[in-house]
Structure formats: structure tokens, C-alpha cells
Design a protein. Structure first.
Length: 316
């Protein structure tokens, strides 16, 4: 798999935008130090992890409208059974939750590959089922987690090292090795052309299952991080839907082509910061942050349009 110069330009452009928005936001605050940086990182960890999982699936030519529901389900499972527990039990339920999310992702990919039904239909139906399970496990807001376990995600009072590691370790430990592996190359191959990948010896059905399983891994990490950061669970479909749409928006803003086969996970992680800054900066000016949806939508449309024009120009 070859990384094009254009993709690096895109990532650098997103990084430049993040720097501009960070300076803008810092000027709105009377103090901008370690605590404020920690707050920002904690605010983007769940959506960044979800965007990574969604981006990976889109790179492989799919889309997962149930990825937010997967995260909410794991959030409910871990918060429900970790409440009042010690560190070891919280860790055990976190690992169980991640495994469940991987299995759910794999089953979703298997259904898609075996049925031939479009990803968007299968995952939309799956999202309803998962939210139903989440409501059954945790009927309303509640739950908890061991505080010592949570500190590995939220860090100390003024330290942002732990949240920073939670944000970037999945990229370093999961994405970078996967990107250079045979499986990662297969993801890009089926995203570019399933027929060409099949003729090249790629088992498309098996790769699709693996694709959704790895996407489920990121969703599970998102669910566990939600439990650790909020120390509670909220099993509501509206949260799931918002998270899913934001994951798609972050993937697109991060340079992942909706057609598949193009992109990485660095851009979407940075784009999550952009989506975080838009409403917070507007709130700093006393503007209803609900209007940020207009800006996010317009920005997403613009990026898709520019990306489409660049790809069309490249083909010519």
C-alpha cells in the first residue's frame, strides 16, 4: 500500500486548521494550561476512537451506521458491571466489553458478506438491535467504574499525558502495524475494487469480516473510554446516532474517500478536534452551539466536493 503525497498534504492541512482553531480557542480562555489541554483531549477521545473505526471500514469500501450503537452497548455493559468494583474487576469487564464489540463487528461483517445486502441496510438494522440490548442492560443513566482504573484514561488533576496516550496508542499499536500488514493491504484492495482484489487472490468475504471486527475493536475502545471518562452510561439512541454521524464527518474531513481505498487514521483523529472546536468556539462568543451543525454539514459537503474534484482530476 502506497501513501500518496496528496494524502499527506490533506493531513498537514487538517493539522494547520487544528493549530489555528487551538490558538483561537486559547485566546477565548483566561488561562490555557495543562488542565485546559487535558479537558480538550478528554472531550475528543470517544469521537476520535469512533472516527478511527469508521474510517477503517470506509477505507475497506463499507460503512457502519451501528458503530455508535456498538460503543454505547459497551459503555452500558462496562458501567453496569464495574460499578462499585475493584481495579481488577473493572479491567476484566473492559476487556470483556472490547471482545464483545469485536465479535459484534465480525458478525456484522459476516452477515454483509454472506447476504449480499448493502452495508448501510445491515448496519442500520444492527444499530436498533444493539441499542435495544443497551437499554435492557442499563435502562437509564447510571453505572460506574473503579476510580483507579479510570485514572489510566483521565490522568492526574493537571496531567494530560494519560489522555494523550489513550488517544494515540491505538494508532501506534493497532493502525501502523495493520497498515503495513497483508490484512491492511487487503482492506485497501477491497475498498478500491472488490473484483480486482478477488482476482489478486484476496478472500473478499473473510477480509470483510476482519474489517468490521477491527472496526468493532475501535468501537469497544470508545465504549470503555466513555465509561472511564464519564464514569457512567447513557443508553440512548440519540447519543448513538450523533456519535455515528460525527464519526462519518470526521472520517470525511480527515481525507478518507467515501468511495473507499483512500485515507488513513491520522487525518480523522485530527478532524475530531475540528468537530470539537467548532461548537466550543461558537459557545465562547455566546452563539448557540446547535448552529455548529450547519457549519459542520457545510464543511463536510465542501470537503467531499473538493475530494471528488481532485479524484476526477487525477483520473484525467
Amino acid at each position: 500500500m502506497k501513501i500518496s503525497l496528496r494524502e499527506q498534504y490533506w493531513n498537514l492541512s487538517i493539522l494547520g486548521l487544528v493549530i489555528i482553531l487551538t490558538v483561537w480557542r486559547s485566546n477565548q480562555l483566561p488561562v490555557f494550561g495543562s488542565y485546559e489541554i487535558k479537558t480538550i483531549i478528554l472531550g475528543i477521545i470517544p469521537i476520535a476512537l469512533l472516527a478511527m473505526g469508521q474510517s477503517l471500514i470506509i477505507i475497506g469500501g463499507g460503512i457502519n451506521l451501528a458503530i455508535g450503537a456498538e460503543a454505547i452497548l459497551i459503555n452500558c455493559i462496562t458501567a453496569k458491571y464495574s460499578e462499585g468494583s475493584d481495579f481488577a474487576l473493572s479491567l476484566r469487564w473492559a476487556l470483556i466489553g472490547i471482545v464483545i464489540s469485536v465479535i459484534v463487528g465480525a458478525i456484522t461483517g459476516w452477515i454483509i458478506s454472506q447476504s449480499g445486502i448493502a452495508d448501510i441496510v445491515v448496519t442500520l438494522a444492527t444499530s436498533f438491535v444493539l441499542i435495544g440490548f443497551a437499554l435492557f442492560i442499563q435502562p437509564g443513566p447510571g453505572g460506574g467504574v473503579n476510580l483507579d482504573f479510570a485514572k489510566y484514561f483521565i490522568g492526574g488533576e493537571d496531567s494530560y499525558i494519560a489522555p494523550l496516550l489513550v488517544l494515540f496508542l491505538p494508532i501506534l499499536l493497532i493502525w501502523l502495524p495493520l497498515q503495513r500488514s497483508r490484512l491492511g493491504i487487503s482492506f485497501y484492495a477491497i475498498g478500491s475494487s472488490k473484483d480486482a482484489a478477488f482476482l489478486s487472490g484476496v478472500n473478499v468475504a473473510r477480509t470483510r469480516v476482519s474489517l468490521y471486527a477491527v472496526g468493532g475493536l475501535f468501537a469497544g475502545l470508545c465504549g470503555v473510554s466513555l465509561t472511564a471518562i464519564t464514569q457512567a452510561a447513557s443508553p440512548f439512541a440519540v447519543i448513538s446516532n450523533t456519535a455515528t454521524l460525527n464519526s462519518v464527518a470526521a472520517a470525511v474531513l480527515g481525507g478518507v474517500a467515501l468511495a473507499g481505498g483512500v485515507g488513513d487514521l491520522f487525518g480523522p483523529a485530527l478532524a475530531s478536534l475540528v468537530l470539537y472546536y467548532i461548537p466550543t468556539i461558537m459557545l465562547g462568543y455566546g452563539i448557540d452551539p446547535a448552529y455548529s451543525q450547519i457549519i459542520q454539514g457545510a464543511l463536510t459537503i465542501l470537503v467531499v466536493l473538493v475530494g471528488g474534484l481532485l479524484r476526477a482530476r487525477g483520473k484525467r
